[in-house]
Write a protein that binds this ligand. Structure first.
Ligand SMILES: CC(C)(COP(=O)(O)OP(=O)(O)OC[C@H]1O[C@@H](n2cnc3c(N)ncnc32)[C@H](O)[C@@H]1OP(=O)(O)O)[C@@H](O)C(=O)NCCC(=O)NCCS
Length: 163
């Protein structure tokens, strides 16, 4: 199936909300209700108020222009950090692909494109949080992310983007 990747814009805000819900609900046996996720500021801080000046990301779209996946980053403040916070100014990354489009290379292509954007924006590092049981951790490792901190179930990972 054909897809292309484009820069995310302000009009993609609602799709990013959808994708952060996919990321939060990655485990099929531990699905939270959409309303519960929408009311959870720790989840919604990755998407609400998009697109602030320091936000950027990419969207994968199918051949009729429908959005099928997204990877984006935000610089979250120390007093309202994301799960992958490592330091002020280091952007935190989120990745999600619609279920029917998974395992076809879309996630890796989005991840690479979003890291390129962050590097081009001058960021030296980018971080994320991933539950250790999620195969996505292997994807991140293969793209140069390393574990810098570990909780009970999740790891914080960082990729160096430049020098
Ligand atoms: C994680 C996610 C974004 C990956 O996107 P994707 O388009 O499915 O991934 P890709 O097709 O690019 O595959 C990337 C790698 O993961 C592997 N992979 C894909 N699906 C897999 C699965 N179900 N189990 C194990 N490995 C898998 C692929 O083999 C590929 O590795 P390879 O290039 O060495 O072959 C997607 O599965 C998703 O949206 N999951 C739910 C949300 C989520 O977990 N987000 C991350 C939260 S930190």
């Amino acid at each position: 199936m054909a897809y292309r990747i484009r820069r995310a814009g302000r009009a993609d805000a609602s799709f990013l909300v959808e994708m952060v819900c996919e990321a939060a609900n990655w485990h099929p046996d531990r699905m939270r209700a959409k309303a519960d996720l929408l009311a959870d500021p720790r989840v919604m801080r990755y998407a609400r108020g998009w697109k602030r000046p320091a936000d950027d990301g990419v969207i994968a779209v199918d051949d009729v222009g429908d959005s099928i996946g997204a990877c984006w980053y935000r610089v979250l403040p120390r007093n309202e950090p994301g799960y992958g916070f490592v330091a002020s100014g280091v952007p935190e990354l989120t990745l999600g692909v619609r279920p029917v489009w998974r395992a076809q290379g879309v996630g890796r292509a989005l991840l690479e494109a979003a890291c390129d954007l962050a590097r081009d924006a001058g960021h030296q590092r980018i971080s994320l949080s991933v539950e250790r049981a999620n195969f996505a951790e292997r994807l991140y490792r293969s793209e140069g992310f390393v574990v810098v901190a570990s909780g009970d179930d999740a790891d914080t990972m960082v990729r160096t983007l430049r020098g």
